[in-house]
Design a protein around this ligand. Structure first.
Ligand SMILES: Cc1ncc(COP(=O)(O)O)c(C=O)c1O
Length: 415
């Protein structure tokens, strides 16, 4: 038989999804496993969103919808973006997508030619690298540094950018590290983007899940929302920037698959609409109704959940730091911890974080108990200069499961 397409050989994956069946396999064998591996909010969608989705079903809104996304939702998103990014977005600047993920492929397909350079963060969400490789562009990793709170060094960016740079991909707060870029970083990045004439894809899916004391607090429909800074706010950047955001994380809608692309790059959204038509035609109306309700007058329930994430982080970080061989930074955003486990690997004579992940999963064979986390290898290419080992722990789940998870990690490491 003839071989498959060569371009597809270059595509990567989100290998974190493969851990799910692995865990299920052990559970089927009677194991009790605390799951700290997935980026899945521990709460459910609000009653207001549920009621809106049900009402939509009852109106039989189960047909094709506009490929842009419903006009009323796009207007709400535009209002939300204008409030949170402090620059004016209109409904026409937005296309609603099935989850935030397709914004990555769409942006790269539209902007990047084979051979052009795209800079992306490592460790990072693996789909950026995958899509850049797929289109035959050059994927250039920039290191997020533990000693900088998992920000990258602007000096490194200055070394990596050139006239060949077409796109820079930012993710702040970041998955998997929880690192947040500072306003001064964004100013310098904006200056470089203008100087070298590159675009920026900014993945801001965790922009509301942020805990720094110095966050900007914006007003949205009478609510006061702390948000991280966006590159789109920087002068002259709105016309070079694509924002990826969505409802999965902030509004606990991972399964409803609702995200969006927003951009004022001239003609970009027309092309993005063509991308939408080619790939998914339209998204379900009941899901859009739930999302529209989520952006309603009352944000208090969502803000309560976000404050709870902060409490969970404040419980987890010191508890992990008390375990021999673990060094855990205090993330300023997201619901992920990215502790340095080099000391543990050494103590337990394990090759790397992946070996540690496998060990933790079933560490107590007698009582059939374990704890699921992800390893460094799930988050993109490693530069030769990166010597340390890390695991990713999600603190999105219930407080009880987090306490038990960290207790098990301690038991597994210290005996
Ligand atoms: C950084 C980042 N971007 C995008 C996504 C995709 O989100 P969605 O589930 O809305 O497609 C995720 C999901 O984990 C993520 O962590």
């Amino acid at each position: 038989m003839k071989s498959f397409a060569t371009a597809y050989e270059r595509i990567g994956t989100e290998s974190a999804f493969a851990v799910g069946p692995e865990i299920a396999g052990w559970i089927n064998q009677g194991y009790d496993i605390v799951r700290l591996n997935i980026g899945e909010p521990g709460c459910n969608i609000t009653d207001v969103s549920t009621a809106a989705a049900i009402a939509s079903f009852k109106r039989h809104e189960t047909h094709y919808t506009p490929s842009t996304g419903a006009e009323s939702l796009r207007k709400e998103i535009a209002g939300y973006l204008s409030a949170t990014r402090l620059v004016k977005y209109d409904a026409n600047d937005i296309v609603v997508t099935p989850g935030g993920k397709p914004v990555i492929a769409g942006t790269i397909f539209i902007l990047v030619n084979p051979g052009e350079e795209v800079i992306y963060q490592t460790p990072g969400y693996p789909i950026y690298e995958s899509m850049v490789n797929y289109v035959g562009a050059r994927a250039i990793p920039i290191q997020l540094k533990e000693e900088k709170g998992f920000r990258f060094d602007i000096k490194d960016l200055k070394r990596l950018v050139s006239k060949k740079t077409k796109l820079l991909i930012l993710n702040s707060p970041s998955n998997p590290t929880g690192g947040v870029l500072e306003r001064s970083d964004l100013e310098e990045i904006a200056n470089l983007a203008k100087k070298y004439d590159f675009y920026v894809l900014t993945d801001e899916i965790y922009s509301r899940l942020a805990f720094a004391k110095d966050l900007r607090v914006v007003k949205f429909k009478g609510n006061k929302l702390p948000v991280t800074d966006s590159i789109a706010t920087q002068s002259g950047m709105i016309q070079r920037t694509v924002i990826l955001d969505g409802f999965s994380k902030t509004y606990a809608m991972t399964g409803l698959r609702l995200g969006y692309a927003a951009s004022k790059i001239p003609k970009f959204m027309d092309k993005f609409l063509t991308f939408a038509i080619n790939f998914w035609s339209s998204v379900p109306q009941p899901c859009m109704a739930a999302a529209e309700a989520a952006l309603g007058e009352d944000q208090s329930e969502t803000q309560k959940e976000i404050r709870l994430y902060q409490e969970k982080r404040d419980m987890m970080v010191p508890a992990l730091n008390r375990i021999e061989g673990i060094r855990c930074h205090n993330p300023k955003g997201s619901f992920y911890l990215f502790p340095n486990v080099s000391g543990v690997c050494k103590k337990l004579k394990l090759k790397d974080a992946e070996d540690l992940r496998r060990y933790l999963l079933t560490y107590d064979k007698r009582n059939k108990k374990g704890v699921a986390v992800l390893a460094r290898k799930h988050f993109g290419k490693r530069l030769p200069s990166e010597k340390e080992e890390y695991i990713r722990i999600s603190f999105a789940g219930s407080l009880a499961s987090l306490k038990e998870g960290v207790r098990r990690i301690k038991e597994a490491v210290e005996g």
